[in-house]
Design a binder for this molecule. Structure first.
Ligand SMILES: O=C[C@H](O)[C@H](O)COP(=O)(O)O
Ligand SMILES: C=C(OP(=O)(O)O)C(=O)O
Length: 357
């Protein structure tokens, strides 16, 4: 019999991962973490259902690369949450999977050692440990769901999920979102098109059947119920911001035309700030101002923030990494973050009673 070289021609190896069930057994959801996740999701659903007038803020590093600095950040954010809880629900941005425009470090799960050794098994376990630690501090977490298998490993620890600008139009991601247990924010496309985010919300709100893995790691037909907590995240695009009153009104009109609730989140970073972190406070202040002047559709914001502002390239010698500074997109530093959140709080606490009414 002739042996043909036609299968996995460009695959160099397969290495088995621990199953989701095995990782859960190794790092189980604690009572405290389970309570924080449950309450975080409920609070987010209440904001989206207008039963809670607060604004939610997905705030934290562009990506987690150092769990020690990440937890240091989480402790600061947990303290700030206590201060502003009556006007803002803070959800920590814990992004472990980075979609790249071309190539680059794809995040802590993919390459936890940042040296192209790709120890995904360790990245996944460390990511779960980190999410547990953050939940234990009382903070709900938000992440971008990029790999369609990862939610089986980590989904029980997440309160809010983003589908990124590069994947909002992907059927795989819409199917996955239809089965996710959290509210899901769909970003507009990198070209600024919000139509794809609206189509994604509609698609994900329906039940789907697709291929995935179950908790024992077995390839399975996944049948979902549909996710009714999809919403739009405006992140700007094609070199133009889209957080301004006119863009927000146009998004409201597009949502109304699709018979979807007017729930809009503004990403203060990315194209809305021309990837210049120094501009994020201006975007945030504008959003808060729109709310002050009566806007009802803006329900959340996203801030890329870290301990130290700016960003750094990943050095060959990792001991040269600056502690608490982003290795992906530039972030606002901690002092600026505190000011952004506190300034928003001072305005929102006065206008929220009217918003609730
Ligand atoms: O937020 C992260 C980045 O904007 C996104 O992952 C794309 O990054 P890149 O254009 O540097 O690859
Ligand atoms: C990649 C991100 O955003 P976007 O999909 O909007 O580029 C992100 O928030 O990390």
């Amino acid at each position: 019999m002739t042996i043909f070289n036609v299968e996995n021609v460009n695959v160099s190896s397969f290495e088995a991962m621990p199953t989701p069930e095995e990782l859960h057994a190794q790092l189980p959801l604690s009572d405290r973490a389970g309570t924080v996740v449950t309450q975080g999701r409920e609070a987010l659903r209440n904001i989206l259902d207008r039963k809670d007038p607060r604004l939610f803020a997905v705030v934290g590093p562009c990506s987690i690369h150092d769990p020690v600095a990440g937890l240091d950040y989480a402790r600061r954010l947990a303290r700030l949450q206590e201060e502003v809880a009556d006007s803002l629900l803070l959800v920590m941005r814990v992004y472990f999977e980075k979609p790249r425009t071309t190539t680059g470090w794809k995040g802590y799960i993919n390459d936890p050692d940042m040296d192209d050794s790709f120890h995904i098994e360790r990245g996944m376990a460390n990511a779960r440990r980190f999410l547990l630690d953050v939940a234990e501090l009382g903070l709900p977490t938000a992440t971008e769901a990029l790999d369609p298998i990862s939610p089986q490993y980590l989904g029980d620890l997440i309160a809010w999920t983003a589908i990124g600008a590069r994947t909002t139009e992907s059927q795989t991601h819409r199917e996955m979102a239809s089965g996710l247990s959290t509210p899901v924010g769909f970003k507009n496309g990198t070209d600024g098109d919000i139509g794809i985010a609206i189509n994604a919300i509609l698609s994900a709100s329906h039940p789907h059947a697709f291929l995935g893995v179950n908790s024992q790691g077995r390839t399975s037909i996944v049948r979902t119920r549909g996710n009714r907590y999809g919403h739009v995240v405006l992140r700007g695009g094609d070199g133009r911001p889209n957080y301004d009153t006119v863009s927000v009104t146009m998004a409201e009109q597009a949502l109304a035309k699709a018979k979807l609730p007017a729930n809009i989140v503004v990403d203060c970073s990315h194209a809305n700030s021309f990837k210049n972190p120094d501009l994020q406070p201006l975007v945030m202040a504008d959003v808060v101002n729109q709310i002050r002047f009566g806007n009802r559709s803006l329900v959340g914001v996203m801030i890329e923030s870290n301990i130290v502002g700016g960003k750094q390239a990943i050095p060959e010698d990792l001991s040269r990494l600056v502690y608490g500074c982003s290795v992906t997109d530039g972030c606002v530093g901690w002092e600026v973050t505190e000011k952004m959140i506190r300034d928003a709080h001072l305005v929102l606490r006065d206008v929220l009673p009217a918003r609730a009414g």
